[in-house]
Ligand binder design. Structure first.
Ligand SMILES: *Cc1c(COP(=O)(O)O)cnc(C)c1O
Length: 223
C-alpha cells in the first residue's frame, strides 16, 4: 500500500484526542512529501542533523518532533525550529534547551522521558526523579522551556501483558505528576505507542503515538 493509504487507514482508527507523529527517520524527502501531500504535518526524527536537513528542504508549516536521544552539544542545531523534544531525561539537558531557546527568543516544548521498559538500552528517568526535577528550584527558573507531558518506550517483546503494564505505569506517572502543574509544567501529552503497539497504548491512555514503519514501510539502516 502507498504511504497515503497507510496514513489514511491509521488516521481512521484514531480517536480525536490522539495526535499522530509520522516517524520519517531514515526515509527520503520524497516519502515525507508524499505524507505531507496526504495532509500529514507532524513528523518525528531521531537524529538532529537528519531532521535539520529535512527541515531545510521541506515546507515550513511542518512541525518537527525530536523523538531520539538528544546530545547536549547538538541542541543548538534544532533550537530555532523544533516543535517538541520527546526524549528529555535530565535537568542538564533541559538547561541547555532553555539556553538555546532563549537565544532564539522562543519557548521550546519538551516531554520528560520516563524509563518504563526493563531493558537497559532504553533511556529515561524514574518517576521519582521526574517528580524531584519538577519541584526543584533550578527547574522553576527555566523560562524558555515548557514541559508539556511525558514520553515512554515499552520493552521490545511479544508479551502484551508486559507492554500493557509499562504503558499503565506511564499513565499512572502522568496522573501522579499532574498536581505539580506550574508555569513551565503544563502536562497534556502522553507520548507512547509505535507501529507494533499503538492500539494498546491508546487503550492505556496515550494521547500521542509515534508511528514509522506502518506508514513508510520497513527501515533499511544499511543504506
Ligand atoms: C523509530 C521510533 C518510532 C517508530 O517506530 P516504528 O516501529 O517504525 O513505528 C517511535 N518512537 C521512537 C522513539 C523511535 O525511535
Amino acid at each position: 500500500m502507498s504511504i497515503k493509504d497507510n496514513l489514511k487507514n491509521i488516521k481512521s482508527t484514531l480517536p480525536k484526542q490522539v495526535t499522530l507523529v509520522a516517524v520519517s527517520k531514515t526515509k527520503p524527502i520524497s516519502d515525507v512529501l508524499e505524507a505531507y501531500n496526504a495532509g500529514q504535518r507532524i513528523f518525528g526524527e531521531n537524529k538532529i542533523q537528519e531532521m535539520a536537513a529535512k527541515y531545510e528542504a521541506l515546507p515550513k508549516d511542518i512541525s518537527w518532533h525530536m523523538i531520539g536521544h538528544v546530545q547536549k552539544n547538538k541542541v543548538k542545531y534544532m533550537a530555532s525550529f523544533v516543535s517538541l523534544i520527546h526524549g528529555v531525561e535530565n535537568l542538564k539537558l533541559l538547561e541547555e534547551i532553555n539556553k538555546q531557546a532563549l537565544k532564539h527568543d522562543r519557548i521550546i516544548d519538551c516531554l520528560l522521558q520516563i524509563k518504563i521498559a526493563s531493558e537497559d538500552s532504553k533511556f529515561g528517568m524514574t518517576p521519582e526523579d521526574a517528580s524531584f526535577l519538577l519541584q526543584s528550584k533550578p527547574f522553576s527558573e527555566l523560562k524558555n522551556i515548557r514541559v508539556i507531558g511525558l514520553m515512554g518506550m515499552a520493552t521490545f517483546t511479544e508479551d502484551e501483558n508486559k507492554i500493557k503494564e509499562e504503558f499503565q505505569l506511564l499513565k499512572h506517572t502522568f496522573d501522579s505528576l499532574k498536581p505539580l502543574e506550574s508555569f513551565n509544567f503544563k502536562p497534556e501529552i502522553i507520548s507512547m505507542g509505535m507501529s507494533g503497539d499503538y492500539q494498546l497504548a491508546m487503550a492505556c491512555g496515550s494521547t500521542m503515538i509515534r508511528v514509522g514503519s506502518s506508514i513508510f514501510g520497513e527501515r533499511n539502516y544499511s543504506i
